[in-house]
Design a binder for this molecule. Structure first.
Ligand code: AMP
Length: 140
């Protein structure tokens, strides 16, 4: 079954157009990275492509490589900046797959030995989000 069409009124499209704020970590012509406002751990960062794709399956193949390079770059910076022991990288497709915002994104989650992820749905502390964004920016 094919994916539904991309909807340009989704919240990440609004962030890309500057209509909504974000705690920005990285931006170039290919991708934008910003802090997840309901972080499941310290340094939880999202990387979105500028290409309007709903999920992984409708992302044009020729845009995927450059986008994944940005995912890797931001992941390395998040791991270094947050002094993490490892990383969890997540990407969800469609409601059945756990997707809530229908603009392609990868979650970068710094991880520490013995530290579980927090449950989803709690707003992050503004000062901590700002501080973590600054730390990760500095490691890029
Ligand atoms: P999912 O589509 O399941 O990967 O989840 C979307 C993610 O986007 C969740 O982790 C939300 O906390 C996050 N999120 C939703 N709105 C915003 C926003 N305005 N800024 C940053 N993160 C957001």
């Amino acid at each position: 079954m094919s994916s539904p069409a991309y909807q340009p009124d989704n919240i990440f499209a609004k962030i890309l157009r500057g209509e909504m704020p974000c705690y920005k970590v990285f931006e170039d012509d290919v991708a934008l990275a910003f802090m997840d406002i309901m972080p499941r751990g310290e340094g939880h960062t999202l990387v979105i492509p500028k290409t309007p794709a709903r999920g992984l399956l409708d992302m044009p193949a020729d845009a995927l490589g450059p986008y994944m390079q940005r995912v890797q770059t931001v992941a390395a910076a998040a791991k270094a900046a947050m002094k993490a022991d490892g990383l969890t990288i997540q990407q969800f497709n469609e409601t059945a797959g756990g997707q809530v915002v229908f603009h392609l994104h990868f979650h970068i989650l710094p991880r520490w030995d013995g530290v579980a992820l927090k449950p989803p749905g709690t707003m992050g502390d503004k000062a901590a989000l700002e501080a973590n964004a600054a730390r990760i920016r500095a490691a890029l």
